[in-house]
Design a protein around this ligand. Structure first.
Ligand code: FAD
Ligand code: SIN
Length: 532
């Protein structure tokens, strides 16, 4: 198969990119691959909303830029922050034109919410299901474009580069090029070879590397792992954002339901087991301090009191307003026997967002030629050491747009490479027992949560690395001898991502933003990104 533009991922980044390219180049073929259904993405689960300077009377670009820089704790690329904040408003207006509906006040102005780290009300939202609404609007618009094809249940395995043509490719190789991908068609279970002129990774996050996460099961860091295997540059992987308030359910592993930060923006208060509103002891911004601070405070309260969660108190809030803004959360809590008007919600931090990822420049170009990256899998320089709430949907749209501009400007200089060998399957057999994969996955998630969570130490990181080495060795042996399956490939990718997180954490000899190591509690004077 050949396609002009190959888009891997059908979340906000992939869909925005595809739509823009399709509008600009009606004669070119755009193919989107997604590993499950077209809407099963992190995007679908976004609750709080998208940040943007919409209220230009009370808010300003300068304030949004400053809030982003403060949250990023000295590691944001200021130029990129300015680009995203300033261009973001046009991108928001575009998605509104494509049909996304954001809540309005009775007077017709947009109802703007507030979240941790924001100095102004600037979060556009659709109830508490903003991502679902944005995804809907994008998918509906895309379905009207005849030159876009979405291929679901297609698991991309690896990027094709000179390595597959028999050349030695290392990190030092100049001009590594991407010629397309190998992908496992989950319907036919056949491995296909797809040649593309331009490829974009829009594969989302990696929350599934941890035991509990707000991310759905697709979030296994495939794009980052693929790019790393292809010798692309990966940056700042140690900065994993833990959302302070995921619904706590005893014994639940995997995806946890999020209680959006917007609930605290509307007045929700965190309390410990004794009922104390403890955030005032940690930060003058209390419950609306940036996420790293709130998550660490909760972690410390849980450890101090020996509990597995704290409480989010909404009992004093205007119930009608709550129901209007957060109907999904209200229903979910009720289904678990929690009436938020009379009971507090048990919450605990859960892995939520990967601030680092595939290193890109300001045009979303990766270190590999003809390969772009956008959305959560990319590290653009916007988030630095900690992402400001609701900046990721914005970033995804801005960089999808920039990737589109750059790729349509260059596509005519690119030709199909041709003569690419088929995927080699000799010597592999059907898997004998899935337990080898599922047990390794559990081990990985446990070790990452126990040793590489909110608070880290040198000893914990060293232990994590030792165990990862063993998991890596066992999984590579399995991979070499077994027919590929999404489960095995995801495990392999998550082990790579775990390795990248731990290695970057070990290189950072300081505590900054989301990376907190008790052996290096202060900040270093040398401000640097960790690139692997
Ligand atoms: P995704 O939307 O995750 O899409 C990834 C796509 O890649 C999927 O289609 C998947 O199938 C595909 N894919 C992955 N690997 C492969 C493979 N190997 N082969 C083929 N396809 C593959 N951000 C905000 O700004 N505001 C919010 O309010 C907000 N709330 C959030 C709430 C929750 C519960 C979560 C989980 C995240 C939230 N975020 C929020 C973060 C934000 O939703 C994500 O960062 C963003 O949606 C990521 O978009 P994306 O396009 O990069 O990836
Ligand atoms: C939330 O709604 O709390 C999540 C917002 C985000 O992750 O940006």
């Amino acid at each position: 198969m050949e396609t002009d533009f190959l888009v891997i991922g059908s979340g906000i980044a992939g869909l925005t990119y595809a739509l823009k390219v399709a509008q600009d180049c009606p004669d070119k073929k755009i193919t989107i691959f997604t590993k499950t259904t077209s809407d099963e993405t992190n995007t679908k689960y976004a609750q709080g909303g998208v940040a943007g300077v919409i209220d230009q009377e009370n808010d300003s670009f300068e304030k949004h830029i400053e809030d982003t820089l403060v949250a990023g704790d000295g590691l944001c690329n200021k130029k990129v922050v300015e680009i995203v904040v300033k261009e973001g408003v046009d991108r928001i207006n575009e998605i509104i034109e494509w049909g996304a509906r954001f809540d309005k006040e009775p007077d017709g102005d947009y109802a703007l919410g507030k979240e941790g780290g924001h100095s102004e009300f600037r979060i556009l939202h659709h109830k508490d299901v903003t991502g679902r609404e944005m995804e809907r609007a994008l998918l509906e618009t895309i379905r009207k474009k005849p030159n876009i094809e979405i291929i679901t249940h297609c698991f991309v395995l690896d990027l094709i580069t000179q390595h597959h043509l028999g050349y030695l490719v290392t990190k030092a190789t100049p001009d590594i090029e991407c010629y397309g991908v190998y992908a496992l068609n989950l319907r036919s279970m056949k491995i296909e070879k797809i040649q593309s002129k331009i490829t974009i990774l829009a594969t989302g996050g990696n929350g599934q590397v941890y035991r509990t996460t707000t991310n759905p099961y697709i979030a296994t860091g495939d794009g980052v792992a693929m790019c790393y295997r292809a010798k692309g540059r990966i940056e700042n992987m140690e900065f994993i954002q833990f959302h302070p308030t995921a619904l706590y359910e005893a014994g639940v592993r995997g995806q946890a339901f999020l209680i959006t930060e917007a609930v605290r923006g509307d007045g929700g208060i965190l309390r410990n087991n004794s009922g104390e509103a403890f955030m005032e002891r940690y930060d003058s911004r209390k419950d609306l301090a940036p996420r790293d601070i709130v998550a660490r405070a909760i972690d410390s309260e849980m450890k101090r009191t020996g509990t597995e969660h704290v409480w989010l108190d909404c009992r004093h809030m205007d119930h009608e307003k709550f129901l209007h803004h957060f109907p999904n959360i209200y229903e979910k809590c009720l289904s678990k026997g929690i009436d938020i008007t009379t009971s507090m919600i048990p919450v605990a931090p859960a892995a939520h967002y990967s601030c680092g990822g595939i290193k890109t420049d300001e045009w979303a170009r990766t270190s590999i030629r003809n390969l772009f990256a956008a959305g959560e899998c990319a590290s653009t320089g916007l988030h630095g050491a900690n992402r400001l709430a609701s900046n990721s949907l914005l970033e995804a749209m801005v960089f999808a747009h920039r990737a589109y501009q750059e790729s349509v400007a260059t596509i005519n200089q690119v030709t199909f490479r041709g003569a690419i060998p088929d995927w080699r399957v000799e010597g592999t057999a059907a898997p004998k027992e899935m337990i080898l994969i599922t047990q390794s996955l559990k081990e990985l998630q446990l070790l990452m949560s126990d040793y590489v969570g909110i608070v880290r130490t040198n000893v914990r990181l060293a232990r994590a690395m030792k165990r990862l080495d063993l998991l890596h060795e066992e999984t590579e042996n399995l991979y070499k001898s077994t027919e590929v399956s999404p489960q095995l490939c995801e495990l392999r990718n998550m082990i790579t991502v775990g390795y990248l997180i731990v290695k970057s954490a070990q290189f950072r000899h300081e505590s900054r933003g989301l990376h907190y190591n008790t052996d290096y509690p202060g900040k270093s004077n040398i401000v640097q990104n960790i690139v692997l």
